[in-house]
Structures are given as C-alpha cells and as structure tokens.
Design a protein around this ligand. Structure first.
Ligand code: GLC
Ligand code: CA
Length: 597
C-alpha cells in the first residue's frame, strides 16, 4: 500500500515534522505494499479463539498527567486516579494501561526514565501507587504499566556513570562511538532538533546514540548485564502484582553495535531501517523464559514489525514471546486527512485481521497519546456530528476482533483542542520541530496548520470532568490548557444524558462482554469498495452478527446483501430508530449492530 502519510508531510517541505508530530504512525508498515489480503477460514478451534482474559478484556489507556489532579499543582497524579476508580469501573473496562509514572525529568512526558523503581514525585509516592493498585484490584480492574527500555533518561544513574568515564561499569549499558574513530555512521533521530541520533559528549570524547531526544540515550541490549537489570525491574513490578506491560518502542531495541552504514536514512524510512535488528526475538524469548512465563500477565508491543508477517513473530504463541501487538497502519491511514479514504481504512484493518485469523492476537485502536483525537481524525468533530461519529468509532473498536484499546476521553468523544501559537504546546516533538523551522526559516503558517491537526498535545489535554473552572481537572493552572469546549463537552453533562457518547460506550462494552462472538468471532468484510459504509459480519459457533457503520456526514442507503436477515432488536444503535431492510436508510454516522442468527 502507499503510505500517504509521508507524502502529505513532505508537501510541507518539512519532512521531519511527520514523526515528530504524530509519533511513529505508519512508518513501520511500508512493507505492506507487497502484502495480500486473504479471507480467513476459521476452523472449529484456532489458536486465535482460544480463550484468554487479555483477549476478552477492554483496555482503557489512561494518561496520568492529564486525568485528575488531586493537589492543585496542575498535574494529574496517582491520588487523582484513585479518586476516579469508581468512574473507571462504571465504564465496564477490565484493564487500565497507565502511561509512564516512573521518576523522570519529563523531557518526553515520562518516556525518559531516571529511576525505574521510583514514582515520579509529581505523580505521588510508592504508597500512592500501592493504594491505586489495591483500589483497582479491589474493583476487579487490572493494571498494565508502560515499560520503556529502548532508552533511559540521560539523568538515570547508569548514564551518569557511563558518561563520566570510558571504564565505568555502566559504560556498556549504552552505545558509544569514540571520537578518535571519526564521525559515526549517520543515524536518524525523531525528536532531535537536527535529527542526528549521535550526540557528542565531551567528558569522554565520544558520541552516544539516541533514537529519540538527546535526553533519551539508547540502552545496549547486546549487553547481558543490561538485560538482567531490565528483567529485575520487570519482576519488581510484577511481584507488586501488576498485570502486564505495554512495551514502548520495543521493535527498536536490537542494534548491530558495529553500526554499518544505513544509506539515506530519513524520517520516512528510519523506522523500517531500525526495526527488527539482529537478535530482537532472542531477547524476547529470553525475557519470556526468565520473567513473563512465571506470571499470568499480558504484554503488548508498540508497533511490532514492518508488516503482518514480522508482527506475527512477536505473538505466535508457539514462539513464546508476547501476547499482542498494535500496528500503526490504522492510525496512519487517517494522518493524510486530505486524501484519506474509508476504503484504505477497511483494507488495512481487514489485512491485519486476516493475518491473525489462525493464531496470534492484536490490539484494536484508533488513537492514543501520540495521535490526535480519533473523532477529529476519523469522525467529524463539528457539533452536529461529533456525538454520532464518536459513538460510531467506539462501536467499531468494540466490535472488531482483537483487544480494544480506548484512549481516555474518547469515551466522551473529546476532540482536538485549540492552540494559539507555540507557547501553548508542550510536546518535545512540537517544540523541537518549531526550533528547526525557525532555523530553516520555514513556512510558519503551514507548520501551525499541520500542528493544529496532528500534534500529540491534542489528545493530552486535561480530562473534561464537568463545567467548573478547568473542567474539574485541577483547582490550579493545568500543565496544558483545557480544551475550551469543556463547558458543554464533559463527563457530568454526558452522565445526565442517556443518549450521550458516554452511555453508548458503556452499552457497547456491555454488549461485547455479553457476546463472545464479538471477541472471538470470525470477521468478514462486506462491500469492500463502498466509499462510505464499513460493514462486516462476525461469526462464532453458529451465531452471527452484522455491523453496519455509515462513515460519513450524510444519510446513506445500504442494501442488505442477500441472505443476511436481521432478527429482533439491534444489539447496538446510536440513533433512536434502527433502519430495516432490504435497503437500510442510515443517518449520518449511524452505527448499528444486528443479530443475524
Ligand atoms: C513511544 C511512545 C511515545 C514516546 C516514544 C519514545 O512511541 O508512545 O510517546 O515519545 O515512544 O519513548
Ligand atoms: Ca497534582
């Protein structure tokens, strides 16, 4: 497939902006070009429909910095989350994934960790963490933590020691290139102002490697001592009772320490070049043997593999590595807002479903903390369409095969925010891209236009609890401005309105929990070429449902395929009345789930 994502940003003549703004979306799937989509045939019991708790759960991704502030400093914290556990429980989600809460100087909002066994003081203490975990488990909620071990912070004790002397016992925890060998072979960094992944460090006259910002030096996984340290950290948290890990940027950990030249490594191909380095799967199998196999926990890899074949290597149960992976190709499709087509989205999700039909498992998501808001990208966030389109997108997430990942605020249909100039942005990616733009005297208007749509800060604005000052998030000044639409778009208002996005979200989760066909059932795309309607069936053990989604802001008619006859009331519908056949007259963004047999 053509990864339009890049051509879009390239048109700004600012090639670096793409990944900086929107994370690593799409970059890992360029090899998708050669892939074909096959239709799954599901035998009675495949490895994919073997029951597991992490397949049946719904994951709620919670961004701690923006969820609930408990002490008025403008930063969300653990006590704040604990005070909202009844709300999380009321949603029906089973698992909460917390973005990093470890000690960090916050160059990249916690993805630069200075102590893997300590809680970031802004977020609270270890006692607060223990109380949070206990509060979750007491309510039957599971907790998954982010594991960020492609890199640490440059303020981690290991790095401080490593950079002080070439003979430090921690020197080989990182990658160094001694200056006497000349300039190191080019490597691209996504967050570095100059996109140079090598940073010269005077004390030892050497360069260190950083795929992300220069405050995020890459850890050396070739070193068995480093790997053992990581396993100890994992056991530390697992022994506290957490229920799994989301593995950050893990596809990048394996590197050839001789650093052979990578010709023309750029923003558009760096992820492909870095992906799947030597021994990556040896490391994962070792980690599984030494740590994961001793606990009943779930693991999910961010963006594993350049294509479905490589992704399978992470999650094929016979290989004993990880449980599931989430791909960037889905969120990436929508990143070219000017030419985005529903048929692209259908093709991508169908291809990934087919690839995992017989074995392995995947996550289903349309947004996260590295992406703009899903309703602003895949739906229509204008007042008339925001609620129905957010409900449609949640219906999609909760009726696909795979574990749904719902990003906090999407259950309310929160939208992209409003930023008035660079001072309103907080993301290292946005700030460094702007520094480069200024140096290059680039086109500011185009830059801000793109940033407004794609900045990661769009999804990081504070959670909108109610219509009081700062949306009930804080009594102080929030670290990132609240989206001005909180006055009408907030949890309290949606709680009172039984037709709200929030209530629809709860209903959709309840339906998924009640009907295993929505978890394990075979997925079959219908009417692939239709540019407005995304329709599919799910089938399990003689039970069959039909999902019909009008992905457009206009009414559409869709003829029921011969032989598909809905029975009884729809399981889900985001409008008061449901269309009936043979030609379904669908309202804008109408989403209906029918039982067929
Ligand atoms: C992942 C995270 C992103 C972070 C990056 C570096 O892509 O999701 O937020 O900036 O890794 O750790
Ligand atoms: Ca706080």
């Amino acid at each position: 497939m053509k990864v339009r994502y890049y051509s879009f940003f390239a048109s700004l003549n600012r090639p670096a902006v793409a990944l900086l703004l929107a994370g690593l979306a799409a970059s890992c799937n360029q090899a998708g070009k050669t892939e074909t989509t096959t239709t799954a045939t599901t035998p009675a019991a495949t490895a994919s429909n073997k029951a597991d708790w992490w397949k049946e759960t719904v994951v709620y991704q919670l961004y701690p910095r923006s969820f609930q502030d408990s002490n008025g400093d403008g930063v969300g914290d653990l006590k704040g989350i604990t005070s909202r556990l009844d709300y999380l429980k009321s949603l029906g989600v089973g698992t909460v994934w917390l973005n990093p809460i470890y000690a960090s100087p916050n160059d990249d909002n916690g993805y630069d960790i200075s102590d893997y066994r300590a809680i970031m003081p802004e977020f609270g203490t270890m006692q607060d963490f223990d109380a949070l975990l206990q509060g979750m488990h007491g309510r039957g909620l599971k907790l998954v933590m982010d594991l960020v071990v492609n890199h640490s912070s440059d303020e981690h004790a290991w790095f401080k020691s490593a950079r002080a002397s070439r003979t430090s016992p921690y020197r080989d925890f990182y990658y160094w290139w001694p200056a006497e060998k000349g300039t190191p072979p080019a490597r691209y960094s996504t967050f570095d102002v100059k996109h140079d992944a090598w940073q010269y460090d005077a004390p030892t006259k050497s360069y260190y490697l950083h795929y992300f910002s220069k405050k995020q030096p890459d850890l050396n996984w070739n070193n068995p001592k480093l790997r053992q340290e990581v396993y100890k950290i994992m056991r530390f948290w697992l022994d506290k009772g957490i229920d799994g890990f989301r593995m950050d940027a893990f596809q990048f950990v394996a590197k050839d320490p001789s650093f052979p030249p990578i010709p023309n490594v750029t923003e558009s191909n760096f992820a492909n070049s870095y992906n799947h380095g030597p021994r990556l799967h040896d490391y994962l199998q070792e980690m599984n043997r030494e740590v994961l196999s001793h606990y009943n926990v779930m693991t999910v890899a961010e963006g594993a593999g350049r294509n479905v074949t490589e992704a399978m290597l992470f999650v094929d149960p016979a290989r004993k590595e990880l449980n599931m992976t989430y791909h960037f190709e889905g969120v990436g499709v929508g990143n070219n807002a000017d030419t985005y087509q529903l048929t692209d989205l259908k093709r991508v999700f169908t291809k990934w479903d087919s690839a995992f039909a017989q074995k392995g498992w995947q996550a289903i998501d349309l947004g996260n903390h590295d992406q703009p808001r899903m309703v602003s990208k895949f739906g229509d966030d204008r007042p008339a369409f925001r609620a129905p389109s957010a409900k449609l997108l949640n219906t999609f997430l909760l009726t696909m095969r795979g574990t749904p990942y719902c990003y906090n605020g999407d259950e309310l249909g929160m939208t992209n925010s409003k930023f008035n100039g660079i001072a309103d942005y907080r993301d290292v990616a946005a700030r460094n891209a702007y520094t480069l733009l200024k140096q290059q005297k680039g086109d500011e208007k185009a830059f801000f236009h793109t940033l407004a749509r794609f900045s990661r800060d769009n999804s990081r604005t504070p959670f909108q609890w109610d219509d009081s000052a700062q949306a009930g998030f804080t009594t102080g000044t929030p670290w990132l401005n609240v989206n001005p639409n909180y006055v009408t778009l907030n949890r309290a208002a949606e709680e009172k309105d039984s037709s709200s996005v929030l209530h629809h979200f709860r209903r959709a989760i309840a339906v998924r929990k009640q009907h295993k066909v929505l978890v394990y059932g075979q997925y079959q795309l219908l009417d692939a070429a239709n540019p407005n309607i995304y329709a599919y069936t799910r089938t399990l053990n003689g039970e069959q449902v039909l999902v019909v989604l009008n992905f457009s802001s206009a009414p559409r008619t869709w003829a029921l395929p011969a032989g598909l006859t809905p029975t009884g009331q729809p399981w889900l519908n985001n409008y008061p009345t449901a269309p009936t056949g043979p030609a379904l007259a669908l309202q804008p963004w109408q989403a209906v789930v029918y039982r067929l047999r």
